[in-house]
Write a protein that binds this ligand. Structure first.
Ligand code: SF4
Length: 386
């Protein structure tokens, strides 16, 4: 165990830490934020009922409720399908899921050689460095442990994990995840990145964070200096809806980019929140304008308590199909599914290749229009040696 990690710092808190320490954590605070009257005349009137109070408490005990004032300020309480509120409000479906019963269908815990380190693919590991997030998203696929104090042994296992990565030359990439790695203090983050950068067989350090979406003030000059010092670092953001891309986010992304950070985004396809061509198209174009490359669009996982967020796989394929050929290629993310039972991630694609004719040595294709009346052909190369 190393001494200065994961322990409460006696130093003065930085400005972002002070702001982070004032999130909204109770139903009363939430109601106070909007005001009783406004809620009473809104589609979210249920928030002020006794019945919901009970549901809130019950759900909150299993997976905490928390939201930043910043993120809540993006909400529109008059919109019954407000994408911000639908992502953060506890719902009884979380504890009465009719279909998904498994809290860990991706078998992360079974693939952990050391608690907190997931080693599923030979070439990379994912390190659960924090159980904190600025906002707890109700669809979180790691809700079995995120937000739970006793789920994180970062400081206790730190040396063992660094040793494990150093001793395994097949590992090319380390993903810092959680929870949110940017909830760690700068000093801890810097030490972690610096220790990882000293391992010669690592090619990539990735930080998965939703903090830029939910609490962009976390991106400070000091943090950017750390990233610049350890160039290159990749940051994977998590934006699900165009309303999350605000002016302040734009400024913070610029700061990251000027510090040499590679910025990519992953989105989760969420029922009634962003599962339409119009929203996904707008989101990805806006990401591009912000200097962020859309990387992954995920089908949400089969995690207990999240069925109501799940869209059909067909819908995801259809959205990707419609984006193809009508949008810049770099604005189209890969549609991914993480296979249950620990199968791992695979990209899903509409197949443009229809068939291969052995006789003519010829492939037949559809193009982006997917019109069966328009077939295109490619002859296979006759002699591979030429
Ligand atoms: S920020 Fe990420 S880890 Fe945290 S609750 Fe949301 S989805 Fe889960």
């Amino acid at each position: 165990m190393i001494s200065n990690l994961g322990q409460k710092s006696k130093q003065r808190k930085s400005l972002w830490q002070k702001k982070f320490s004032q999130p909204i954590k109770t139903l009363k605070d939430l109601i106070d934020f909007f005001g009783y009257e406004l809620i009473n005349h809104s589609p979210f009137q249920f928030l002020i009922t006794e019945e919901y109070q009970k549901i809130f408490q019950e759900v909150h005990q299993k997976f905490r409720f928390q939201v930043t004032q910043y993120y809540l300020s993006l909400a529109n309480i008059k919109n019954p399908r407000c994408p911000i509120l639908l992502q953060i409000l506890p719902d009884k479906k979380e504890i009465q899921d009719p279909f998904f019963k498994d809290p860990d269908p991706l078998r992360e815990e079974e693939n952990s050689p050391i608690y907190g380190l997931i080693h599923r693919y030979p070439d990379r590991v994912l390190w659960y460095v924090s159980h904190h997030c600025a906002v707890y998203c109700r669809f979180c696929f790691r809700k079995r442990k995120v937000s739970h104090r006793n789920s994180n042994f970062f400081s206790k296992t730190y040396n063992d994990i660094i040793h494990y990565i150093r001793s395994n030359p097949y590992i090319k990439e380390v993903i810092l995840s959680g929870g949110d790695p940017l909830s760690l203090p700068d000093k801890t983050l810097e030490k972690t990145i610096s220790d990882l950068k000293s391992i010669p067989h690592l090619f990539s350090i990735r930080i998965h964070t939703r903090m830029i979406t939910t609490f962009p003030y976390r991106i400070t000059k000091e943090l950017c200096k750390i990233f610049a010092k350890h160039y290159p670092v990749t940051v994977i953001t998590h934006f699900n809806h165009p309303v999350e891309l605000t002016d302040i986010v734009y400024q913070k992304i610029q700061m990251l980019k000027f510090s040499g950070v590679i910025v990519l985004n992953q989105t989760v396809l969420l029922k009634n929140i962003n599962d339409s061509l119009e929203i996904i198209e707008k989101l990805n174009l806006k990401l591009l304008r912000f200097g962020i490359i859309p990387y992954y669009l995920h089908l949400s996982d089969e995690v207990a308590g999240t069925y109501h967020f799940r869209t059909s796989l067909q819908k995801g394929l259809e959205i990707i199909r419609q984006l193809q050929g009508r949008n810049p290629g770099i604005s189209i993310p890969r549609f991914m599914v993480d296979l249950p039972n620990g199968g791992g991630k695979v990209p899903l694609q509409n197949s443009y290749l229809i068939q291969y004719e052995n006789k003519n040595k010829q492939y037949s294709f559809l193009n982006y229009e997917m019109n069966p009346k328009r077939i295109f052909y490619i002859k296979e190369k006759e002699d591979e040696s030429l």
